[in-house]
Design a protein around this ligand. Structure first.
Ligand SMILES: Nc1ncnc2c1ncn2[C@@H]1O[C@H](COP(=O)(O)OP(=O)(O)OP(=O)(O)O)[C@@H](O)[C@H]1O
Ligand SMILES: [Mg+2]
Length: 268
């Protein structure tokens, strides 16, 4: 394959992915691709299967059917750490971290264990791993909280900490599950700035979010799920004109507000 064609190949490809819990299909025969450098936003009602899709892609939960390819290779069935070492990482909808460690120590865990397979004993954190951790904290704006114990941090900073820990692994694809869930408008704007910086730094991003102004502002393309299936895939601008999306997810009020936002965005 020529260099140009190789870089055109999707970074992530899901082909007919399903996940059953008993008789219920949390994800049902879902196929989509993510191009390098792209931001794909995923939305959909509560229980639509968004997090389950992340769990399957990132190896946390085995797929019931279908294949996942990353960087052109079949990675179906690989463990989360194997995927992480190949450059595919995610954050979680609920805050996850080591509560009694400092922010810096948390990010160092990502930077040390995430970049390659390491075996303890003989744990010596290299200068490169320390540098990656510091850079990740700077990038997300956590510089002033490096030494804070994580359980004392507010939700906003804990969200940033998860992103920094993921970024410190030097991923190619970053998957964010509701990065602004529970945050106030000012904090949402700040996280939006962080995501833009990550994108400019060359990361490909897939993000799940219910905050539509965030999803629409950041995403090149949007995929909306309902009952485990894809009901929309395309430009953010098309969301408000899609009858099914408006009926099952947005509602008329949000659709109107979003329409206004998109018109203003277009004019800006
Ligand atoms: N481990 C599990 N065992 C059984 N059912 C599960 C499990 N995890 C998720 N489900 C079910 O799968 C469906 C999809 O859940 P999921 O958490 O993926 O939805 P979601 O789109 O992320 O919703 P939200 O927007 O509320 O986060 C739901 O009906 C949920 O109850
Ligand atoms: Mg979820």
């Amino acid at each position: 394959m020529s260099e140009a064609r190789a870089s055109d190949a999707p970074l992530l490809a899901c082909d007919g992915v399903s996940k059953f819990y008993g008789a219920m299909a949390a994800v049902h025969e879902l196929s989509f691709e993510v191009k390098r450098g792209e931001v794909l936003g995923i939305g959909g009602p509560n229980g639509a299967g968004k997090t389950t899709l992340f769990d399957v892609i990132t190896g946390l939960s085995p797929a019931s059917a279908g294949r996942v390819a990353f960087g052109g290779r079949d990675v179906t069935g690989l463990k989360p750490e194997q995927l992480c070492h190949r450059g595919l990482v995610r954050t979680f909808q609920l805050n996850a971290g080591y509560d009694t460690l400092s922010a810096r120590e948390n990010v160092l865990v990502g930077s040390y264990f995430g970049a390659k397979n390491v075996v303890i004993p003989g744990l010596r954190v290299s200068a490169a791993a320390k540098r990656r951790a510091e850079e990740a904290m700077d990038l997300v704006g956590l510089a002033d909280s490096r030494d804070a114990i994580v359980k004392s941090l507010p939700v906003y900073k804990r969200k940033l900490l998860m992103i920094a820990s993921a970024v410190a692994t030097e991923p190619k694809l970053l998957m964010l599950d509701e990065p602004v869930g529970g945050l106030n408008p000012h904090e949402i704007d700040a996280v939006m700035g962080v995501i833009k910086r990550l994108r400019e730094a060359g990361l490909t991003i897939v993000l799940i979010e219910h905050v539509m102004r965030f999803l629409v502002a950041l995403s090149d393309r949007v995929l909306i799920m309902h009952h485990g299936e894809k009901i929309y895939e395309g430009a953010p601008e098309g969301l408000v004109h899609d009858r099914t999306v408006v009926d099952v997810y947005l509602g008329a009020g949000t659709a109107d507000r979003l329409k206004h936002l998109l018109e203003t965005k277009g004019a800006a």
